[in-house]
Design a binder for this molecule. Structure first.
Ligand code: UN1
Length: 537
């Protein structure tokens, strides 16, 4: 690892020149071809440069992880928990540095970047003591002098492929419990946040994790990510955990399926929020603004469809627009109080700018047409370099129908659709009316409607009188339908994703006792009216 001068972006910091991390050693640090991680607030700032991994690096990483697995799985779980507690301590110590790096590398406001590092610290805090639990069960046997037990066993080499929007929290959700359970890891971090990945990896190195237990291969999805997926077919990987688009998740699911593996897939969303006519509108507007535009709409849990009861829709939309006009957009490295920063990468910005095309020929009315911020059209309060940053203004569509492409397609940017409904039933049909099912919210004080919402919503996560975002680090995170395959991250539930059950029969009877056959009969005394159907032998 080398720190280099950064002439284009010296005021942000220097450039990190890194390599893959395989079996405790750096590889490819001096590769002639490296990809650059650019600060999306100012593309002149080179945050890092890293080599691009292919099949060779992935294979070497898998081999290192396989060898290390034989040792790591035998380290007592409470001792593994102790290592995780050290990882948490390092993250706590370096929280401000890592938060600022996240802000610089992906443009997330500092307050949110700090929250995300805190989410990783919370995850470490949760799992450090899970090493002292990781319970199995004792189960009564149907036979005498026989004991039954269950143990959780690790799976082996776990490949983690993560997205750039939560470059610290989401890897923590995957890597920390996987290691705690005794697995080893090959991690392909997002090409949008390799320097943050380096800083996160460093916490494991500083915590003294043995070589080969965590390995990192850098690169892009179509090349390096594909090399990881190919390694599943070659039998080098036992488990994949992926956070990213539904389309890629489906492809990974196919490969895992033909290898009889269950991947953990955390995919896209088009998250609904219902606002009923009895809702506290001030609260609902604040929640909707944050859910839709916070993080520039670049959360899996961001709001997509705002489903509003027609009795309050006009007033809601007016108040929402007033609040939207107050958003402050800018470069988060130098402005702590911005609402959102730039789009994470050029390809996200392009998709956002193109999403307006979906409105053509529909009844949707564009109330705010988000566009790229330039020196000429910068909104009030804008505080960034419009020429060199990937900044966009927010979008708002009204009169959208749930069947419209606008309502069905995840955009991953600051845009939201208002869908007007006349009843709770209609609201629920719209809320459940996409292929996705990640997060959801309702604003109402009516206990019957809250109950119906809880029972009828098909999403994996729901909020009542709060935003669609903000899952806490010890609750199960994940979705249904196109949002995932039903696996969950975080809390005790994720342990099922990184372990398999092993059951043991211990027979101390001194004879061959057969289950089901040598079980003592219980005489119920009941008359058997069908006894004459067969002879007694
Ligand atoms: C994501 O967008 O991939 O619930 C994760 C939230 C955050 C995590 C989001 N705690 O919004």
């Amino acid at each position: 690892m080398r720190i280099k001068e950064n002439p284009g972006g010296a005021r942000y910091g220097k450039t990190l020149s890194g390599g893959h991390y395989i079996n405790g050693k750096w590889m490819g640090e001096d590769a002639s071809e490296k990809f650059q991680s650019l600060n999306p607030s100012n593309l002149d700032d080179v945050v890092g440069e890293f080599p691009i991994g292919g099949a060779n690096e992935v294979d070497a990483a898998c081999k290192a992880a396989r060898d290390a697995f034989m040792k790591w799985k035998n380290v007592p779980a409470p001792v593994r928990g102790e290592v995780i507690s050290k990882v948490g301590a390092v993250l706590r110590e370096q929280k401000e540095m890592i938060s600022r790096l996240i802000t610089r590398e992906i443009g997330k406001p500092l307050r949110e970047a700090r929250g995300e590092v805190q989410e990783a610290i919370d995850t470490a805090a949760f799992f450090q003591s899970e090493g002292r639990r990781l319970y199995g069960q004792t189960v009564p046997s149907e036979l005498r002098n026989k004991q039954l037990e269950t143990f959780r066993r690790p799976l082996g080499v776990c490949a983690m492929i993560t997205a750039g929007n939560f470059p610290c929290a989401v890897p923590a959700w995957k890597i920390i419990p996987a290691l705690l359970c005794g697995n080893t890891v090959v991690w392909k971090p997002s090409e949008d946040a390799p320097a943050t990945a380096y800083a996160f990896l460093n916490a494991f190195r500083q915590a003294g994790l043995m070589d080969g237990v965590i390995n990192v291969v850098y690169g892009h999805g179509p090349t390096t990510g594909q090399a990881v997926v190919d390694a599943i077919d070659r039998g080098l990987i036992n488990k994949v955990s992926f956070t990213g688009s539904s389309q890629i998740g489906m492809k990974i699911g196919e490969v895992c399926g033909r290898n009889l593996q269950v991947p953990s897939l955390e995919l896209g969303g088009k998250n609904p929020m219902i606002v009923m006519d009895d809702a506290d509108l001030g609260l609902a507007v604040t929640g909707a603004i944050w859910s839709a535009y916070g993080t520039g709409g670049q959360r899996c849990t961001s709001l997509g469809n705002l489903i509003i009861h027609e009795k309050v829709a006009d007033e809601f939309v007016e108040r929402f627009q007033q609040e939207a006009a107050k958003l402050v957009i800018g470069d988060p490295s130098f402005n702590e109080d911005i609402t959102y920063g730039p789009m994470i990468a050029e390809r996200f910005m392009e998709r956002y700018l193109q999403h307006h095309d979906m409105a053509a020929g529909t009844g949707a009315k564009c109330l705010l047409k988000g566009e790229r911020i330039t020196a000429d059209n910068a909104p009030a309060g804008f505080c960034g370099n419009a020429e060199r940053g990937l900044f966009v203004t927010p979008s708002l569509y009204d009169g959208v129908s749930i069947g419209d492409d606008l309502a069905q397609t995840e955009v991953f940017g600051p845009t939201v659709n208002v869908i007007r409904v006349a009843s709770f039933d209609e609201a629920m049909a719209a809320a459940n009316g996409t292929k996705y099912g990640l997060s959801s919210a309702i604003y109402t004080d009516n206990p019957q409607l809250r109950l119906r919402f809880k029972n009828e919503i098909t999403a994996g996560m729901s909020s009542i009188n709060n935003s669609t975002t903000g899952a806490e680090a010890h609750l199960p995170f994940g979705g249904n339908g196109w949002s995932g395959n039903g696996t969950r991250e975080s809390g005790i539930w994720v342990i099922d994703a990184y372990t398999k059950w092993h059951c043991i029969n211990i027979d101390d009877s001194g004879g061959l006792q057969l289950a089901q056959m040598d079980v003592e009969e219980v005489d119920t005394g009941a008359a058997d009216s069908l006894a004459d159907l067969v002879t007694s032998g």
